[in-house]
Design a protein around this ligand. Structure first.
Ligand code: SF4
Length: 306
């Protein structure tokens, strides 16, 4: 048996920074410490913080007046900052800088009266936050090709598109092509909104899936980028599985296989992958594990002041 680990996987710079914010805030201020929305979409990370006394909330009204609250890596809409200020909350913003970049683009589009087609998953925290930077009368959210078929825009004003950062690179390219066919004048962001971490992890999984017989992705069900990794692997025709923890691993998936590929989403701690590797090597003691250097090994974001 061979195990091949995707060269670039696990924590991205934005997730590492957001988690560090919570760790520093815990060390400096102790509990109660509130975090609006799960700081990142990973069950193990959230449980670990909850065990340390962090309280995850969805509404700022759940934070006592004057309390301390951290905003998650997915970003928040401008109304959340206003609400925090009006309730005299002390807030620390762990929004990923690459999500903030999309917020600035959205603000700029609306300031220029550009109607904005926002491509992403309805209800996802990042999309909810970014939507708040677009004037409501200029906002059109699309998720599928059918949404674009149904989309009717005002042809008397300019149109632009923006995207969520964690989408499938290939699926989004198809949606953008369809938008361009239907609305030839549509403009996009200067540089893709899909972040480098998403792109790198999908590229690494494609490479992995082309050399392995089966792919296992570590990541939580509600993690957008982890789900996209599973779908990316499936597109190569290989069986592909998503597991939140090693307890969900079924040895039947790898029976008779020679090369098992493993990757993990941008919010997944390294130990989860290592636990899976240990589980497989316990069944197949002669397993050899291969891993190349991450293309992101030198990328770090500045941690916001705590
Ligand atoms: S996946 Fe991309 S946008 Fe999201 S936290 Fe990581 S670097 Fe930032």
């Amino acid at each position: 048996m061979e195990i091949h680990l995707a060269h670039t996987q696990g924590f991205c710079a934005g997730v590492a920074s957001a988690i560090e914010v919570v760790n520093r805030a815990l060390a400096k201020y102790g509990t109660p410490l509130y975090v609006r929305h799960h700081i990142v979409h990973n069950t193990a990370v959230i449980k670990d913080f909850e065990d340390q006394g962090v309280v995850f909330i969805e509404e700022l009204s759940e934070v006592p007046e004057g309390g301390r609250v951290i905003f998650s890596a997915h970003g928040v809409s401008p109304t959340i900052y206003e609400e925090a200020k009006s309730r005299q909350l002390i807030y620390i913003d762990a929004t990923c800088p690459l999500v903030m970049k999309v917020h600035r683009e959205a603000t700029s589009f609306s300031a220029k009266n550009i109607q904005t087609v926002l491509i992403g998953h309805r209800g996802h925290q990042e999309l909810v936050g970014t939507s708040g930077y677009v004037s409501p009368d200029l906002l059109h959210v699309v998720e599928t090709e059918e949404d674009i078929d149904r989309l009717e825009l005002d042809t008397t004003i300019p149109t632009g598109y923006l995207t969520q950062t964690t989408l499938s690179v290939t699926d989004t390219a198809r949606l953008i092509e369809k938008l361009k066919d239907k609305f030839p004048g549509i403009v996009g962001p200067p540089k893709s909104d899909i972040c480098f971490a998403t792109q790198n992890r999908q590229d690494a999984v494609t490479e992995l899936a082309n050399q392995c017989d089966v792919i296992i992705i570590c990541g939580s069900r509600h993690s957008s980028n982890s789900n996209r990794l599973k779908e990316t692997a499936e597109k190569t025709g290989n069986p592909s599985y998503l597991i939140d923890s090693v307890e969900e691993f079924d040895p039947e998936w790898i029976r008779g296989k020679e090369k098992v590929g493993i990757s993990s989403g941008a919010s997944v701690p390294e130990y989860i992958v290592q636990t899976l590797v240990s589980a497989i090597t316990a069944i197949y003691p002669d397993t050899t594990v291969y891993r190349k250097d991450s293309v992101e090994k030198d990328i770090r974001f500045t941690v916001p002041k705590v």
